[in-house]
Design a protein around this ligand. Structure first.
Ligand code: DQA
Length: 149
């Protein structure tokens, strides 16, 4: 199975940004953790991070043409604002798990809105970086080619 791990704005600042909320691990260590897990379970995983909304839309469209079968997606702040990103996921139909490192449901009111959730097959919040591996497992279990009959 081919999975794209897609991250939105400021996720490249993990380890620096608000460690009390997002922890001390860096973006590079997130990539290594997911890559190792994917390797163990035989999943082909790609990574992309951007601080720009249109770049994320482009990455979702590219994923479609590249035959990506699942997206693990933390749209970060664009979660709460972006119809364009919602439409990209809806438009490609790629099964997408929404991941948030923090427990967004326990935070500010403006974080209670999630556009991407309208297209997501599952949402994982508040599990820290482990949520990314859980999202990979969910996609493999529910959308992996071994389960297609
Ligand atoms: C986040 C939560 C968002 O509200 C925030 O804008 C982020 C990160 C998370 O992973 O907890 O940048 O998506």
């Amino acid at each position: 199975m081919k999975i794209l791990v897609l991250n939105g704005p400021n996720i490249n600042m993990l380890g620096i940004r608000e460690p009390g909320i997002y922890g001390h691990d860096t973006y590079d260590s997130l990539v290594e953790m997911v890559r190792a897990h994917a390797g163990e379970i035989g999943v082909d995983v790609e990574f992309y991070q951007s601080n720009h909304e249109g770049d994320l839309v482009d990455a979702i469209q590219k994923a479609y043409f590249d035959g990506v079968e699942g997206i693990v997606f933390n749209p970060a702040a664009y979660t709460h604002t972006s119809v364009a990103i919602l439409d990209a996921v809806k438009g490609t139909g790629i099964p997408t798990v929404e991941v948030h490192i923090s427990a967004v449901e326990k935070r500010e009111d403006f974080r209670q809105v999630s556009y991407i959730r309208l297209a997501a097959v599952k949402t994982i919040t508040g599990h820290g970086l482990a949520g990314y591996n859980e999202a990979v497992d969910y996609l493999v279990e529910h959308f992996g080619s071994k389960n297609e009959d």
